[in-house]
Structure formats: C-alpha cells, structure tokens
Design a protein around this ligand. Structure first.
Ligand code: SAH
Length: 218
C-alpha cells in the first residue's frame, strides 16, 4: 500500500467515525471532507496525525481545527453549492479548502503573514483556485466583495463583530464562537432574515484561539 492510499483510508474512516457517527448529515459536507487532503495542510513532521480526532499545531501558536468542528461549522452554513463565502482565520487553509470544494468562491483572511503565505501556497498546490487569501484583520471583514452568502470565523470573539453582520447577504448565516478569551465559547449562528433583522442560535460549546483585532480581543 502506498502512502496516499493510507491517507485515503484514514480520511474515509474520519468521515465515518468522527463526522457521520456524531450527526453530520449534509452530503455536501461529508463529500467535501472525504475529498480534501487534510495531510497537505499540516506540518510535514505531523502528517501521521493528520486524521486524529482533534486540533493540531500549525506554527505561530495557532492550530488547525478538529475535523468535526470544521464539518459542524460548514454544515451550519447550509450550503447548496456556488455560494460566495468569507472565511476569517485562514490558519492552515484547511477549512477554506473544505468551503471551496462546496462553494463557488471563498475569500479568506488571516492576521499572521507567515500563515497566510503558507496557506495560499498549499491551497494553490492542492488546486483550490477559487480561494483567495489575504493577510489582515478579519474582524473588519472584506468589504470589497460583500455581501457574502455565508461567513465563518475560526477564532473566539468577545461579541459578534458588527462589520461582519453588515457584510452578510439576506438569508446568509454567520457562524462564530463567542465568549470569554481563554475558556469555552458558544458557537453562535446569526442569520440575516431581512436588511435589519437577525436571528441568533446557540449551536453548543466550543474552544477556539482568540480572535484578535479591532472588533475582537486587543
Ligand atoms: N480555519 C483554520 C483554523 C485556524 S485557527 C484552519 O482550518 O486551519 C484561527 C486562526 O485565526 C489563527 O491562524 C489566527 O492567527 C487567526 N486570527 C485570529 N484573529 C484574527 C483576525 N482578526 N483576522 C484574521 N485572522 C485571525
């Protein structure tokens, strides 16, 4: 068995045991997570852990999220395919790749230059030419390309940033962890029902690194 096959088998069992068995149902999400090579997004020396059931360090004190959390957040966006999305906290680029294999276009922002550069390279190498990465403060969104059909934030915020709510299309969802800086957060889903009308749902407890920036932590 060559190494690629090894990863393929691990990926298929991750989809079955970590995602499907825990209630992820969306065929688009299961298919995307079964397709994106997670091993390509983590440091070389940790590739053997690529399909572990948890987050992994990716440098600069940051982590690639647990596969289940990526699936849960992606499923919460209710995608059908072809959407324009905003991804805050590119990190390794893995979540952006999962989003990019379902949506039409993904704009992704990372505040650490080194991570943004590496993620952009990995995404290009893996053929995700519909994902654009920029280095900057994601709490302000990416106004040029608004409105977004969905926005996903992979770092914990003190409160829901107003600028992100404003950049959401009517009918779109914003999925973001909100809560105290170094403790568990609540994964919130904010849906824009009409121009000035939003619905908020609590999807459960999660633990993320802090969202740093103008509308995040200082
Ligand atoms: N989605 C990533 C997970 C990254 S962890 C993946 O799939 O690998 C969260 C990331 O958010 C970290 O890389 C951190 O540097 C970044 N981050 C924190 N605050 C940010 C901000 N204001 N704007 C953009 N990125 C931010």
């Amino acid at each position: 068995m060559n190494q690629d096959n090894g990863f393929e088998i691990q990926r298929a069992s991750m989809v079955d045991y970590q995602l499907r068995a825990r209630g992820i149902e969306s065929p688009q999400v299961l298919e995307a997570m079964g397709r994106v090579a997670r091993e390509a997004f983590i440091p070389e020396r940790m590739r053997d852990c690529a399909y572990d059931d948890g987050p992994l360090p990716i440098g600069a004190g940051q982590t690639i999220s647990q596969p289940y959390i990526v699936a849960l957040m992606t499923e919460a966006l209710d995608l059908e395919g072809g959407e324009k999305l905003l991804d805050i906290g590119t990190g390794s680029g893995y979540a952006a790749a999962v989003l990019g294999s379902i949506a039409g276009k993904v704009f992704s922002i990372e505040r650490v230059q080194e991570l943004a550069d590496r993620a952009a390279r990995t995404l290009a190498d893996e053929g995700f030419d519909n994902v654009e990465v920029r280095c900057g403060d994601g709490t302000m969104g990416w106004p040029e390309h608004q409105p977004y059909d969905g926005i996903i934030v992979a770092a914990g915020a003190p409160a829901v940033p107003e600028s992100l709510k404003r950049q959401l299309a009517v009918g779109g969802h914003l999925v973001i962890p909100v809560g105290k800086e170094h403790s568990v957060q609540s994964l919130m889903r904010i849906t824009r029902l009409a121009q000035g009308e939003f619905r908020t749902e609590d999807l459960g407890a999660v633990r993320f690194v802090p969202l740093l920036g103008e509308q995040g932590w200082s």
